[in-house]
Design a protein around this ligand. Structure first.
Ligand code: IPE
Ligand code: MG
Length: 210
């Protein structure tokens, strides 16, 4: 969900205000997706590369994830099931603080019986890290790496292939997102910053696959 910083800079606001607006817009976009019958929405909240940002900005973004995973009433009202993909909390490179871990676990647990849309949040996620982890597991267990086994060892093997990938903020890059799952995805590029991404933009994206 790119462009929070630029959205804020255009309004002479601190970057953190852009991230806050982005989290609020995500809640809107989730509702819009539910209204359109989208089955799976996966959002890139925080990447393995984002930890190098200024500490105060990282702290703010972590707090926003606690808020987003904490929107349980809203998620349950909309029959949304929450999932998470990212580097495992007990792995050697794990950096996710305990309070965010708790919010993630709780959201997954408290929305698990919802049957509508699945909202997957990629947090401390990187496509290459995901693929490398799968390969490492396969090599140390079965010793055989093939496409089916690899797909079965991704962070969330149930996550379907991506139909349409949205990139906001005028960037024309994939940036290490769902490298395996998005192999055949249509891509919707939009100049809108993430906080400005709206239902019309969503419809243009969905038009690519309707
Ligand atoms: C996306 O907004 C939020 C995260 C990466 C966490 P950016 O922070 O990338 O916003 P820009 O690219 O500076 O506009
Ligand atoms: Mg950016």
């Amino acid at each position: 969900m790119d462009g929070n910083g630029r959205w804020a800079e255009q309004r002479s606001l601190p970057r953190t205000a852009g991230h806050t607006a982005g989290e609020e817009n995500l809640a809107e976009v989730v509702r819009a997706c539910v209204a359109r019958g989208v089955g799976w929405l996966t959002v890139f909240g925080f990447s393995t590369e984002n930890w190098v940002r200024p500490r105060a900005e990282v702290r703010h973004i972590l707090g926003l994830h606690e808020r987003l995973f904490g929107r349980l009433e809203e998620l349950n009202e909309n029959n949304v099931r929450v999932r998470w993909i990212g580097r495992p909390f007990d792995g050697p490179e794990a950096r996710t603080p305990k309070y965010v871990q708790r919010a993630i676990r709780r959201a997954i647990n408290d929305t698990s019986s919802n049957t509508g849309m699945t909202l997957t949040v990629a947090f401390d996620y990187g496509g290459r890290a995901e693929l490398m982890a799968a390969v490492r597991t396969l090599r140390s267990t079965t010793g055989t790496v093939d496409a089916d086994r690899l797909a079965a060892h991704l962070y969330d093997p149930e996550l379907p292939d991506v139909d349409v990938l949205v990139r906001t903020s005028g960037e024309m890059r994939v940036s290490n997102f769902l490298l395996w799952q998005a192999a055949g995805a249509a891509i919707h590029f939009t100049d809108a910053s993430w906080p400005d991404f709206d239902a019309d933009d969503l419809d243009r994206a969905l038009d690519l696959v309707r």
